[in-house]
Design a protein around this ligand. Sequence first.
Ligand code: UFG
Length: 333
Amino acid sequence: MGHLLVAGGAGYIGANFVKYLLDHTDDHVTVVDNLSTGRHEAVKALENRFGSRFTFLLSDLGNAEKLHSFLHKNPVDGVFHFGAFSLVGESQYDPLKYYYNNVAQTLALLKTVVEHEIRYFIFSSSAAVYGIPEKIPVKEDALSRPINHYGKTKAMTEEILAALSGREDFVYASLRYFNVAGTDEELLTGECHDPETHLIPIAVKTAMGKRDHMALFGTDYETRDGTAVRDYIHVTDLCEAHWAAFKKIRKSGDPLIVNLGSARGYSVKEVLETVKDVTGKDFKIIEEGRRPGDPPVLIASSEKAKTELGWTAKRSLEEMIVTSWEWEKKNRK
Ligand code: UFG
């Protein structure tokens, strides 16, 4: 039995991954999270479900003293780092908050990781590092030209990781997520952002009547129906890819940068139609101008993930929406 550390494991994606690890391995899992955006309810749900195989450490990721004292007594085999602020709009008007949390705290975490000779580090990066890509589907060797501070924090962290990759005792994987949605089948750890800005949870909340209407940002893009196109990936597929990436770098000893997407694009209108179909509810959509910082089209090339990890996204957009809808229904109670 091993021991894995999940930084930011009380957030939506982190908590889904903790559940995945506890369901699919014999390892002990410790979450370190300061609960600034992570949820105490997610920690409670994991504790109730997995008992003594799960430990929660309330701490900033950059709190070296706290982490040292924990890791000294509890050595770990690898770190999965999900902890970040992730609102693109907010990063534009409060960049310091983003560079401090996403870069400086990660740097401090990395220092601790290296000092404790933890060899494997899996980083949650983002398609936001590409900015507006020249070619679609976008491959990993496309230029990194982020157009917002959130994307820049991810690109800067990738630079820092690359600088560490010369070390004998450190191997990393940087996983560039596209648009993550849905929740685990048991509905233990769903999406709960405050404020919510993502398309699928907003549409599902509107279908449920929690909102009177929703906005559709941008109808004049050069796409098949004028609305922006994104590559949506089910959070459980994403979890599977993380585990595959961990196994891969453990075996190869080489750093890895890989896109996590489905290689398939849906327009905002197509997503909203699918939400209406799946939920059986009609709802009011108000067409508005483009949201600043939105690229027109983002679709992953998933070739590298297939070759390097033997992984492809299996779950459909409908499955993302169904689980998101079921999660909202559960929370309504
Ligand atoms: N959208 C609407 N109405 C809404 C919310 C979103 O029309 O109420 C549109 C957006 O304008 C965009 C599309 O739906 O065109 C998808 O928007 P999301 O906010 O769901 O997702 P993003 O593509 O903006 O963001 C995702 C990740 C980010 C990451 C980014 C990379 O959530 O963390 O992809 O581009 F930075």
